[in-house]
Design a protein around this ligand. Structure first.
Ligand code: GMT
Length: 393
């Protein structure tokens, strides 16, 4: 198949999944065209059958606000035509599904391009439910030929709030490459940060309010009272000052390290003893899965799709949002009991690979694409030009 993929290319779970999906599909023989404003951050080097089409927005004095959605639609139309795409797979509804619909309308029945939209989280739970975006989000989802959601929870949210029939949404969970996260394959330089008797507690996110980084510090402060340990924050974002201030207020600044944005999360997770993810909302929680693949037990909230990822008592523990006391107790119970830690670490790696490994999940996307394409109408007769204004002459 020839597949166009559009995603947010910078840091974030939806961009990570979209990019890794493209790479996996290319390795399975498909031709992949990434269409976005920057090269996806997890696309490290040249790969066979992988192309990148950069979307540039036109600068013109009248355009005080940039027209990214339109530039994206124009590029989608161009790439679909020139590369003869079968399918456009867009990640995150707004504005990607809207731009894809415009591109498809421009192509008309000359080229029956199919659109698959993957809903990732805040496109449904936050942004899409904001009054001004609601109607266009619903319209764009409903105009897609196929819709996937990354958890049962997100599917339910979409059905409940956007009037989309449940049977038109396919749940395809996030995935990991277990090889990439294999704990033993990364050298762990724990002694850079810790004394030999200290445990490493980690949090990885984009520090948005939904991640509740203040709770991360509060949970850690309680853990630290019982278990010699340090907290490492990986990532950056608007709530970083809140986390810094909380660490100062609790008198533990010397115990908390902010590493900032990092490319190689697998390397860092290979050193961690516990991941904290007390989010207010999380459609799936890709970082929890990455931690599990690295053999790291997870203590998280039970919000959204997290219970579909973290099995309470098996691969970690779940607590109610804001219940820092319970989450700290859960963390202490894991870190203080080596047998329990080993049991959870082994179970986490097994579940990450057997239930959420790329070999399990990527074929689900392939089968879904085939179903969507099987429903496609036939193309119009070939005497109609493929591109109205190709500008090749
Ligand atoms: O929806 C977002 O917050 C953005 C998105 C991203 O790009 O990081 O994150 C979401 O998508 C991930 C990949 O599917 C999920 O694992 C995250 O749980 C989800 N984030 C939230 O729901 C807050």
């Amino acid at each position: 198949m020839k597949i166009g993929i559009t995603c947010y290319p910078t840091y974030g779970g939806s961009g990570a999944i979209a990019t890794e999906l493209g790479i996996e599909l290319a390795q399975r023989g498909h031709e992949i065209h990434f269409i976005s404003y920057a090269q996806p951050f997890r696309l490290p080097h040249f790969m066979e059958r992988v192309y990148f089409h950069e979307v540039e927005t036109t600068r013109y004095p009248l355009f005080e606000h940039n027209n990214y959605s339109l530039s994206l639609a124009a590029m989608m139309h161009e790439v679909a035509t020139r590369a003869e795409l079968d399918l456009l797979h867009v990640h995150y509804a707004i504005p990607h599904a809207t731009s894809a619909w415009i591109a498809k309308e421009m192509l008309g029945d000359r080229h029956p391009l199919r659109i698959v939209t993957t809903l990732h989280g805040t496109d449904i739970t936050l942004v899409g439910q904001e009054r001004s975006y609601f109607d266009i989000t619903r319209f764009s989802i409903q105009k897609s030929d196929g819709i996937t959601a990354v958890s049962d929870y997100l599917k339910r949210e979409t059905v409940d709030h956007f009037d989309v029939a449940g049977d038109s949404i396919e749940v395809i969970h996030n995935f990991v490459d277990p090889e990439l996260y294999r704990r033993g394959s990364h050298p762990c330089r724990k002694d850079t940060f810790l004394r030999p008797d200290e445990m490493l507690v980690m949090h990885v996110s984009n520090f948005r309010p939904v991640k509740r980084v203040q709770d991360v510090v509060r949970i850690f402060a309680r853990i630290h009272k019982s278990v010699p340990s340090k907290l490492i924050f990986v990532g950056d974002g608007p709530e970083r000052p809140v986390a810094t201030a909380e660490a100062e207020a609790l008198g533990i600044t010397d115990r908390v390290i902010f590493l900032g944005k990092q490319d190689s999360v697998a390397e860092l997770l290979a050193c961690a003893d516990l991941l904290l993810l007390p989010s207010a909302s999380e459609s799936f929680g890709l970082v929890a899965l990455e931690a599990m693949a690295s053999g790291v037990p997870v203590v998280s909230s039970n919000a959204g799709g997290l219970p579909e990822v973290v099995e309470d008592g098996v691969t970690g523990h779940l607590g109610s949002v804001g219940d820092v006391e319970a989450m700290a107790e859960a963390g202490i119970s894991i870190l203080k009991d080596n047998q329990k830690w080993v049991r959870m670490s082994v179970a986490a790696q097994k579940i990450a690979s057997e239930r959420f490994g790329a070999n399990v999940i990527v074929p689900q996307y392939e089968r879904y694409y085939e179903r969507v394409l099987a429903d496609a109408p036939a193309a119009a007769p070939a005497d109609v030009p493929l591109m109205a204004a190709a500008g090749d002459d």
